[in-house]
Design a protein around this ligand. Sequence first.
Ligand SMILES: Cc1cc2nc3c(=O)[nH]c(=O)nc-3n(C[C@H](O)[C@H](O)[C@H](O)COP(=O)(O)OP(=O)(O)OC[C@H]3O[C@@H](n4cnc5c(N)ncnc54)[C@H](O)[C@@H]3O)c2cc1C
Length: 499
Amino acid sequence: MGSSATVQHVKVAIIGSGFGGLGAAVRLRQEGETDFVVLERGDSVGGTWRDNSYPGCACDVPSHLYSFSFAPNPDWPRTFSGQPEIRAYLERVADRFDLRGHLRFRHMVTGARWDEGTARWEIDTEQGHYSAQVLVAATGPLSDPSIPDVPGIADFPGEIFHSAQWNHDYDLAGKRVAVIGTGASAIQIVPAIQPKVGRLTLFQRTPPWVMSRMDRNVTAAERFLYRHVPATQKALRGALWLVREYQVGAFVKRPGLLRAAEALALANLKRGVKDPVLRAKLTPDYRFGCKRVLLSNTYYPALAQPNVDVVAAGLREVKGSTLVASDGTEHEVDAIVFSTGFHVTDLPVADHIVGAGGRTLAEEWVEGMAGLRGTTVRGFPNLLLVIGPNTGLGNSSMVLMIESQLNYLADYLRKLDASGAVALDVTASAQLRWNDEVQRRMARTVWSTGGCRSWYLDAKGNNTTLWPGTTAHFRRETRTVDLHEYDLIHASVAQPVNA
Ligand SMILES: Cc1cc2nc3c(=O)[nH]c(=O)nc-3n(C[C@H](O)[C@H](O)[C@H](O)COP(=O)(O)OP(=O)(O)OC[C@H]3O[C@@H](n4cnc5c(N)ncnc54)[C@H](O)[C@@H]3O)c2cc1C
């Protein structure tokens, strides 16, 4: 850590400027707090929506729900808007809520250590040191690309990139391109690049369930209405939210009800793919909803085109420019697009956050991610995670969960100030109780019982990523901070004392 002359002291340091970090910054300003910085490793705001610029990138939750409730956008151009529009929206949020003065770009946080002596977070960035009473980590659950370590990949002579790091300088026209993976990004990429590539080879370990997508242009009349009668946009958002709230019951309590949705998805497959052999390859053998359900009207028709091969196997090895699938088939390609997801249950930032007693968050989570109300973690005083353990959603807008956590953050700061303590640390019993309950409810969900292996599960097979309930339930659970769930740390005492 640098000398005190070079350390900038703030009340709150936020890491990340995606929906989570920007939302936290807006909330702090709304609470009258201006003594904070947002430390961002990139050179602009947007997070997910800055980094993912692959062809076809768009949200898969309707835009009128996938946006902040406090910053409605009457001008969404499509029901599911594209990455450029979502990124521009987040830029406008930064302007409208006067956040620019707080943003510190190219400030990769390389370490954050809780100093028990000063009861502050000491933060190292690429461009200097910060000290904060409260640290908000909004580093994103899907922000660090995961590329599998395939034997021989280092000697591949062609072009390789991850979907979240698209190389726009590389022209795919006429090339033989392999897409590895069949998740949410791949099903947007495949139809977007299929018409221009020479040959597209899709490596599919597991076929996803794909429903049709009700995507369309939002008409000028609708936009006029949303702008001039805001209640109409609010009502639309409410309806979109309610439909998803009702769906949750089937995912978390009665997976049998998902059979009706399976029938719809199979009809979608039948419509898009006439060839029964290809259709068999694309038919999932696990329960609908176990992996993320994907929405597309163009994925299946693209796979049915003559320049596309679906390899129903993973990538095993690379020999020069030949890709060897785990079924032994070989495929010559010029470029590989890894659409293989992110480090979700092994967040890289967890290695760099060091709590009381010198333990990293990664060490704390060696048995699996855990925390209280998805936000705070025992042994990491005054650290609040945005989209922490078990806050992800399978079917609705993450912005709803983020806004719930922002309520919790605001109340945390209020109660911290009012308590006279310098820090709060979750009690072991409160954290245990919370996680036991979350895992008890998780046991009957389709994510646990649906017969698949998804990225929702950690290396031990536990689901530490998703919230097994409605967003309304999470909203209630995070409305206020209960100080009985925390030890209060006072400036004068070395050890925490229970409230
Ligand atoms: C392609 C794609 C489509 C998606 N579509 C949807 C959708 O339709 N609906 C939905 O609900 N969710 C969707 N998601 C999930 C999406 O990630 C969340 O909705 C939301 O954008 C997460 O916001 P965030 O701020 O938590 O994280 P991010 O947007 O990932 O932002 C995290 C920020 O933290 C920064 N950061 C990370 N580590 C550091 C560090 N050490 N130092 C400094 N800065 C750091 C990153 O650079 C980034 O800017 C999608 C995700 C992807 C990848």
